[in-house]
Design a protein around this ligand. Structure first.
Ligand SMILES: [Zn+2]
Ligand SMILES: [Zn+2]
Length: 370
């Protein structure tokens, strides 16, 4: 009995010693840095424009379910970190090098990404890229599709029509990618004339197509800017100081909405309420550009002499504006202000916004009241 008690006490002491070593190891020999983990979301600041919110959207990205290099949930985290409100994963129907491993269901990338998108408050658009011979038929994104699988047909027009019959918004992608110039072939024109295609990418990854902007204006089509990212976005665009630092924010399409919902986004797109943002530039319809500029800039008279009025021009948006007043050039950085001296007696000034594009090689001139 005595022996047994002594043995039990010894066992207890040994256990306490092991437990203490365990505690000691946890406290000293394993530490986490940084102590508090936080993902750093940075948004491009945009003003309310005439009662509309501008949503930051990328309608063209890829994952390993086509020829991208990342998993669908990675695209969503990346979108969240890069300040997006709306994301579409648009894996190629016809080009899927990892098909042997990723399977045959063309909706898989959307379905994998959706729970994470919901958790992070990113509005995820179900989409796909119809990928036919560039320069003849071209590439088209079906956005807001219901099911990507029936869109997989050999006939290119039937593919586009099937997406359209699902209520899709269809864009014609990168009109000059892998070509010397922008192309609008007979097939592409017929898809626009038949009412299937409603928008064109005027910017894709690092390519700007001024001619495509003119087509959009002349034909009443929506303008789009997309990353078309395949690898890691930070390597492509240097988001927030990482990577090659080519641009602070990814290419984005701004969509003007009255409420934050996918229905409102789709409705605005069919109404042509989009602007294309790329590398500090904004392209689209003159009226929408002017309304964004006017909502971004506040002008305040500070003092007046016999010769001049001193005015403070404040930019409340994150978009840096390059402006020209009376052939004098000024840069209005995002979220900052500059002083500009103007002639006495002026009630308004005409301001050419040189990083806004309303037609090929044409900038809007916006009247600012003083
Ligand atoms: Zn493409
Ligand atoms: Zn693509």
């Amino acid at each position: 009995m005595k022996y047994s008690i002594r043995f039990s006490i010894s066992l207890l002491a040994a256990w306490l010693m092991i437990a203490n070593i365990g505690l000691f190891a946890q406290n000293v020999n394993k530490q986490n840095f940084p102590v508090k983990k936080s993902a750093n979301r940075v948004e491009l600041a945009l003003p309310q424009v005439n009662g509309y919110a501008l949503l930051r959207c990328d309608f063209h990205t890829h994952t390993v379910f086509s020829d991208g290099l990342v998993w669908p949930t990675f695209r969503v985290y990346e979108a969240w970190k890069g300040g997006l409100d709306v994301l579409a994963i648009t894996d190629h129907i016809e080009y899927r090098p990892y098909k042997k491993y990723s399977g045959d269901d063309l909706n898989a990338s959307y379905e994998i990404a959706l729970p994470v998108a919901d958790e992070l408050g990113i509005m995820l658009v179900r989409g796909t890229e119809i990928t036919r011979k560039q320069g003849i038929l071209g590439h088209f994104n079906g956005l807001f599709i219901k099911d990507a699988n029936p869109i997989n047909t050999p006939d290119p027009e039937l593919s586009i029509k099937t997406a359209w019959e699902q209520g899709a918004y269809i864009t014609y992608n990168h009109p000059a990618w892998a070509l010397d110039t922008c192309l609008l072939t007979d097939f592409q024109n017929s898809m626009i004339d038949k009412g299937y295609v409603k928008g064109i990418e005027v910017f894709n990854n690092d390519e700007y197509y001024p001619r495509a902007l003119s087509w959009c204006i002349d034909k009443g089509l929506g303008v789009y800017s997309a990353s078309d990212v395949h690898a890691c976005l930070a390597d492509d665009f240097g988001i927030h100081g990482s990577g090659s630092a080519r641009s602070e924010f990814r290419p984005m399409t701004f969509v003007f909405v009255k409420e934050k919902s996918l229905d409102a986004v789709k409705d605005a797109m069919f109404k042509g309420l989009t602007l294309a943002y790329f590398d500090g530039n904004v392209a689209g319809a003159e009226k929408l550009l002017a309304s964004l500029f006017l909502a971004s800039i506040k002008v305040e008279k500070l003092s007046q002499t016999a010769k001049q009025i001193s005015c403070r021009f404040s930019n409340i948006s994150g978009i840096p504006y390059n402006i020209s007043i009376d052939n004098k050039k000024y840069t209005l950085d995002g979220k900052s202000a500059i002083l500009i001296n103007l002639g006495v007696g002026l009630k308004s000034v005409d301001c050419m916004v040189e990083n806004m594009h309303c037609y090929e090689f044409k900038h809007p001139v916006v009247q600012l009241s003083l």
